[in-house]
Design a protein. Structure first.
Length: 438
């Protein structure tokens, strides 16, 4: 997942996820599942700095597909704040697109609805084979042991972006490698009148991504080995508190960021208002907002001690966007041809370069366009120190319940209310109670 990372509201997500059946979507009035229809509908996620930027990136490629196949693609770029609700509503109503983007963390949840086309060996063969894709991307396409519910489109990982000039003015010679170093650098930066670190405190999914990584660094997870929620595990509580304390206690994240949910922290960084940003593949977004490549550096996300690696040295979730097809599409053949086109080596280079993401297709990933030092940091993170969010059927409910708990804790911090171990545990206990029974 990328750019704006906001999940849908809990009640709607839970009720729809539980009620969803094998209803599909598709272009209304199509000419049948054999693919004779000359149109496709495509819901694209908001990957760029704005919907207008996405349309500028995508339309030339859709025009190219139409020229090659005679199939016109009607695209709608859907904001992340609406996307999950829109998908779940389409899954139950049958009124959806033929092809759609999904955040890869949602794969298992949407797979459980039965609405998406399974990518078995036969379907993978139609797009060139499963072995074209890197393993880390395929690891976030659905539940273990089942045919994937989607195909990887863009791969991403988190990194620490830092403003070189602000660091120099504060006398900081290198990016922080640990959270203690980041907090110490934050004090120096605040002394120079700048905000140290940005966050999207009201962005539910962005919250999940960060507290998931903190939990991994504490040697814990939000689910036990039996697959049941374990949100009040003491190490999970400590991990969530550590993240929220970046605002509540350490004053590294400004209180005003508790209300951010629409990429405001990215804009603040691009405008030189803040020194650091934790984000997924941000280069294209920053460039579109006028920040030059040489104005900032990129480093791995900090860990508790040492350097990123395996085990508790995890510093990113495996982020990315998958491409899915509603299995009741009126133009399955055309939809499959579109997936093949979008995941072709050439299109993978064009699209991932435009979004500063990493191609999940092996051949495209080896292109020199993805060998710049900043990109290498992202590739190394995906290869050595990133892990996938739980691929469980109620993952989307997990994002909503825990992400909202973190949002509420940020609101407490911004209002000056104490964020204690007890208050964090209480919020997480409430979130666990909102999860559906196994």
């Amino acid at each position: 997942m990328r750019s704006i990372r906001a999940a849908a509201t809990g009640a709607v997500v839970m009720s729809l996820a539980l009620a969803a059946t094998a209803c599909g979507g598709g272009t209304p009035g199509g000419d049948g599942a054999n693919g004779s229809s000359k149109t496709l509908t495509y819901w694209a996620s908001n990957q760029g700095a704005s919907i207008a930027v996405d349309k500028k990136v995508l339309q030339p490629e859709l025009d190219k597909f139409e020229k090659q196949t005679g199939i016109k693609v009607k695209v709608e770029v859907v904001p992340w704040s609406d996307l999950l609700n829109r998908i779940l509503t389409a899954a139950t109503s049958g009124q959806g697109p033929d092809v759609l983007n999904i955040g890869n963390t949602w794969s298992a949840s949407l797979q459980a609805t039965g609405a998406l086309l399974p990518w078995d060996a036969k379907n993978f063969e139609k797009i060139g084979g499963r072995d074209r894709f890197v393993d880390s991307a395929l690891g976030s396409t659905g539940a273990t042991g089942k045919d994937p519910a989607a195909v990887p489109l863009y791969s991403m990982s988190y990194a620490l972006y830092y403003n070189k000039q602000i660091f120099a003015d504060a006398g900081i010679s290198k990016p922080p490698a640990t959270w203690d170093e980041l907090i110490a650098d934050g004090k120096k930066i605040r002394a120079k009148g700048k905000s140290p670190l940005g966050a999207e405190g009201s962005n539910v999914s962005e919250n999940i991504h960060h507290v998931f990584v903190f939990a991994k660094q504490h040697g814990a997870d939000f689910f036990g080995t039996d697959g049941k929620p374990d949100f009040t595990n003491p190490k999970v509580v400590d991990a969530v508190k550590q993240y929220v304390d970046l605002m509540a206690k350490d004053k590294v994240i400004p209180a005003g960021n508790a209300e951010y949910a629409q990429n405001q922290s990215v804009s603040d960084f691009a405008k030189g208002k803040q020194a650091m940003l934790l984000w997924q593949s941000a280069a294209a977004n920053l460039k579109s907002q006028g920040m030059s490549d040489d104005a900032y550096g990129i480093a791995p996300v900090p860990v508790q001690s040492g350097k990123p690696g395996t085990g508790t040295q995890v510093n990113s979730m495996v982020a990315g966007i998958n491409l899915a097809v509603f299995k009741d599409s009126h133009n399955l053949d055309g939809a499959t041809r579109f997936v093949k086109f979008m995941t072709s080596d050439g299109e993978q280079k064009i699209l991932n370069k435009a979004y500063s993401s990493i191609p999940p297709v092996k051949a495209a990933q080896q292109d020199p366009a993805f060998s710049a030092p900043a990109t290498v940091v992202l590739k190394d993170t995906l290869a050595t120190s990133a892990t996938a969010l739980p691929q469980v059927a109620n993952e989307s409910q997990f994002e909503t319940a825990v992400g909202t708990a973190v949002k509420d804790l940020f609101a407490d911090a911004a209002a000056g209310r104490a964020v204690t171990t007890a208050s964090v545990k209480a919020k997480l206990e409430k979130a666990q109670q909102q999860m559906p029974a196994a």
